[in-house]
Design a binder for this molecule. Structure first.
Ligand code: PLP
Length: 396
């Protein structure tokens, strides 16, 4: 393979793949009648809902706004409790706080790094006794590896909570032969199209559901609480020509047609992106074998979308600290990342009363792990550089 000069540049941990066709699709929108509220948003929504097997899809201007919208659509408000994983981006948790709810964290599984259904069940037993059951639980498919949704879904029926899957990492991932987002195990699933994710719209997100009412609520929340659907409107005088009503308090969380056009084009290459990520993962699995690290574990009932490839350092067998490994890789141009610091250790959350030691698995995970470069555009040559450098840094 010929190496282009940028293969010698720093290698990011993640990066978008943009083709000329993607660029042309965006330019076409700029030359069209609608920059927003035109045909591209519904076309993109259709493409995602068909792909994941969901009945309704509502595009948002970010996964963060989609998570907020999802909490509101499920009725989360002041006095309610929402639980999520500590091993996630802050948005999975902030969405509950936006609604005035309280948030709490369920420790992770030591193998999958996802919210542990065992810890969840224990916590539910205690919460029931205390009369503090959550209204919504937000499992996060970390790295694109599916959570144990059968177990979480079963618990939701016993303890009466709703489920929002934060699938920001996981479009294209599969669980029990279904695509994440199929709606069999949850009320709403959220995808992110931030440039580091599987497909990108620049900024963007989407909520999918099989529940028509929830779908309608999500659409209204996205657009000021306004509806123009006749059967959602209050009765109007016969001479009224105004054609919409605001019936809830919503937001402007809409995606523009410019973003949606990019998303729609990217959907055309999603299988290609996923195949490439999976073959990069297989190659890392082989090339990094035998080093003093734990490679990502795959649950047998799932197929990961490999948004991330975290390696867990056996610090007792390495003559370097996590920070030294990180620094050595960065100075070699390998821009590894730490994903994630447990959300409750963020200063804002500590000020809410959370303390170090709260979720021990999540804390030892973040003290031992780094995420190495993983994106569809990573070349074999770049991957060789990453592998070589990791060997050197860990073994000497
Ligand atoms: C990226 C991400 C989000 C937020 O996505 P945006 O589209 O950037 O708002 C939420 N949750 C997780 C797990 C993420 O990785």
């Amino acid at each position: 393979m010929t190496k282009s000069s940028n293969e010698l540049d720093n290698i990011p941990y993640a990066r978008q793949s943009i083709s000329q066709a993607d660029i042309d699709a965006v330019i076409d929108v700029l030359n069209s009648k609608f920059l927003t509220q035109g045909p591209m948003v519904p076309a993109f929504e259709n493409s995602v809902s068909m792909y994941v097997g969901a009945e309704h899809a509502v595009a948002f201007n970010s996964a963060t706004s989609a998570l907020h919208g999802a909490c509101l659509a499920l009725g989360v408000g002041v006095g309610d409790i929402v639980w999520t994983s500590p091993n996630t981006f802050v948005a999975s948790s902030n969405c509950a706080l936006y609604c005035g709810a309280r948030v709490d964290f369920v420790d992770i599984d030591p193998l999958s790094y996802n919210l542990s259904h065992v810890r969840l069940e224990e916590k539910l037993v205690d919460a029931k006794k205390a009369g503090q059951l959550p209204k919504v639980v937000i499992p996060v498919h970390f790295c694109g590896q599916p959570c144990d949704m059968l177990a979480i879904h079963r618990l939701s029926k016993i303890y009466g909570f709703s489920i929002i899957e934060d699938a920001s990492h996981a479009i294209g991932a599969e669980y029990n032969s279904h695509k994440i987002g199929c709606g069999k195990f949850s009320d709403i699933t959220i995808f992110s199209f931030h440039p580091v994710k599987i497909i990108s719209t620049g900024e963007g997100g989407m909520a999918v559901t099989n529940n028509k009412n929830i779908g309608r609520k999500l659409s209204r929340i996205r657009s000021h609480g306004i509806t123009s659907t006749a059967d959602e409107m209050y009765s109007r005088p016969n001479d009224e020509i105004w054609n919409y009503q605001q019936i809830d308090l919503g937001f402007n969380y809409r995606m523009s047609d410019i973003h949606a056009a990019l998303g729609l084009k990217q959907m055309g290459r999603i299988e290609q992106f996923l195949d490439r990520r999976r073959s990069i993962a297989r190659r890392y699995d082989q090339e990094l074998q035998g080093l003093p690290i734990t490679l990502p574990f795959q649950i047998p009932s799932g197929v990961s979308s490999y948004h991330l490839y975290p390696i867990r350092l056996h610090l007792d067998k390495i003559r370097k600290t996590q920070k030294e490994v990180w620094a050595a890789l960065h100075s070699a141009g390998i821009m590894v990342n730490l994903l994630y610091i447990p959300v409750y250790l963020q200063p804002y959350y500590k000020a809410l009363g959370f303390k170090r030691g709260y979720c021990p698995e999540a804390e030892s995970y973040y003290r031992e792990t780094i995420s190495i470069p993983m994106f569809a555009g990573l070349t074999d040559f770049q991957q060789d550089r990453v592998v070589e450098k990791i060997r050197e840094v860990l073994l000497f």
